[in-house]
Design a binder for this molecule. Sequence first.
Ligand code: ADP
Ligand code: MG
Ligand code: MG
Length: 883
Amino acid sequence: NKWVYSFGADATEGRADMKNLLGGKGANLAEMANLGLPVPPGFTITTGVCTYFYANGRNYPPELKAQVEAAVKRLEQAMDATFGDPANPLLVSVRSGARASMPGMMDTVLNLGLNDATAAGLAKRSGDARFAYDSYRRFIQMYSNVVLDVDHHHFEEILDNHKRDKNHNLDTDLSAADWQAVIEDYKKAVEHELGRPFPQDVQEQLWGAVGAVFGSWMNARAITYRKLHDIPADWGTAVNVQCMVFGNMGNDCATGVAFTRNPSTGENAFYGEYLVNAQGEDVVAGIRTPQHLTIAGKQANKSDLPAMEEVMPEVFNQLNEVRLTLEKHYRDMQDIEFTVQQNKLFMLQTRNGKRTAPAALKIAVDLADEGLIDKAEAVRRIDPASLDQLLHPTLDPKAERKVIAKGLPASPGAASGKVVFTADEAETLAGQGEAVILCRVETSPEDIHGMHAARGILTTRGGMTSHAAVVARGMGRACVSGAGDLRVDYKTKTMSVRGIAIKEGDIVTIDGSTGEVMLGEVPTIQPELSGDFATLMGWADSLRRMKIRTNAETPLDARTARKFGAEGIGLSRTEHMFFDPDRILAVREMILAESEAGRRAALAKLEPFQKKDFVELFTIMSGLPVTIRLLDPPLHEFLPNTEAEMAEVAKATGTDQLKVNHRVVQLHEANPMLGHRGCRLGITYPEIYEMQARAIFSAVAEVSKTTGETVMPEVMIPLIGTKKELDILKAVVDRVAKEVIEQTGVSFDYMVGTMIELPRAALKAGEIAETAEFFSYGTNDLTQTTFGLSRDDAGAFLPEYQRQGILEHDPFQTLDQDGVGELIAIATERGRKTRPNIKLGICGEHGGDPASISFCEKVGLDYVSCSPYRVPIARLAAAQAAL
Ligand code: ADP
Ligand code: MG
Ligand code: MG
């Protein structure tokens, strides 16, 4: 079995498409080496070893040791140095790399191979003792932290004390002797913590680090991240062992991270940060303020520090060439890591860069325009759920803002909320439905859950590529990073700036597009849906087969949905129109009436209101189909519960209070979801559906007469279980239609159909389709009735079901394709057999869920219907499903 793959120094064995085996980092290091880019040589221990490790009680495959030894030998030959040799030591980094990039989740150890003897040897051989001991102290700290589990703060304290004693400000102020003293203290601290000395044996170091990487696959942070991103635990991580190159050997050295295009805006401009005379994670950690790569970047961010383009123009140009090579090769924006050792460039990582939703759109559209990808690929590249970020409001530019601080625009979007200072507090408050802004000096992987819970993230330290910025962009949270004027005090749970004190629980607003931090809540406005958004949505529209409708009953919702591109209404819930204060009285009169005549009198008062609603909807939807569902909920939903309210209703309707009480008791149901509702109301009180049908058809007549437009109403009868029910109620609707046509002299078309939301209806769809001209799958109720599960009561056990893996997803959010889906497939097949041109759609919550939409495409539905804000998501998801 082959467990180890080499890369670099002309012996690369991997490729980019071997991510499953080599992890993302390893596969891309191999790919870069294949492209002829300067990659320090190394080797990758495969994800197979990780799987083996966990399947075999944390033991390695027996062949591994020899394969690693051979790979190390190759590195020694390539570098002309020997692992553990005091005279000429080879140093390596040990880096984790899972299949999907998991930024900051796994741990990396740099400068491995240093001990007291090799550090002295490195000092001598390089002629730079400061560099050698700087590297050694870094190694002790990283290794102790990652592998030996000694907390960072021990080392930070020692370093801080030392700096204070010596009056040093920056790490770069420390001399070789300073570092040697720090190292002695570090080693003492480790021995004190562990009861044994820091390991001097380089083999022990290597295997310790490899074991720590595999071990970190199962640490709490990694598990949380995988859960949030749906990454299966059995994928495993690979381990990369790579020869060190040094960015900390002096002022002709540097290290940096960059994006080949701007990850916030998508602009096609090189974008990144670097630090002179620094190593690895100094840039990300926010210890020193990083400098910009380009002059343009420096100017845009009003930085005084010189850009790499100015400081080392030759290496910069080389890096810029690499940027172009990589983009062309990967046909996507890349996130790269590099180090410059004595003016020589080395590439340490590349991967597809995380980006904001607006940047993703711009990059996809630009790449298609540049001819690197086609339109279908551009459409495929956008995560439909991410569009959500674009559809929601941004700060009203005219609103007054009390800006108290400014940081970097790290992740766009505006967010207001209560200030909290810990991730746990963010999670707790968000769980109670509060909007919170998580404020930290800087964030670390331990804060992921709180960042996820927060509306926005604010840090006082760190750049555009800091942990907070990268994670926030990935999650679509607004983020302002490095707002250095703000002083956060975790102890007193306050932050302050120029005499303004902000306590935990105070409201602030952050604007991740400008970097502004404001006191209080700032009003917002609707976004513009033009430019790249419109272009890409146009491409999506040309590629999809299914129509997209919306669930809407108010004029506002209908207008919003049309603006977002809805092609009709798939569900208009008439009962929502009954709750208006003007109308609820008449509804209650109707319910309290003791005779049909009494009910008819009350319904007559409601009819003009209903008609007006429909006139408005038909007008807004000008000619697009509108599905109207007749009354669905049980009548007791319209009656009050408390004595006081009942007294009020009695007075308002002129009824005896005892009678109101009596009616409430009478209408009480043990299982309202399965009770006297839907078409069962129509069967027992046909006059209700009659009134609604008359309101619909007289509205049709009026609108088609005044606008000259054809109105296409689809009358939908809810909760049908038998063909008989539908026959009876369709006859009522047809009779009313005929009457309205006669009375108004306007003729019109309409359809009568049903919601399929009971398993019996799905099974008997063949029969029901003899009467029904369309089916709309009401997947909310169909999920409840198929599972025998009440949505309102499921909260008590659904999370446990998901935890135990009984249900992978909440079936109310993502359609249960296996069970509920099978009923839909059966109903579709049987319905079509009876009536080949039957119109089929879905109107449950699932109509806006990309995975469910993909299922609808597979089954061959004609349309999906979803809430207005999800219409663009559905348009894109439907296109992707059709590709
Ligand atoms: P992460 O996945 O957290 O980004 P990496 O394995 O990429 O961790 O390591 C972090 C940083 O360490 C890299 O960006 C790079 O700057 C530095 N690094 C890793 N390996 C080497 C190496 N062989 N030589 C020099 N620097 C390295
Ligand atoms: Mg990295
Ligand atoms: Mg229903």
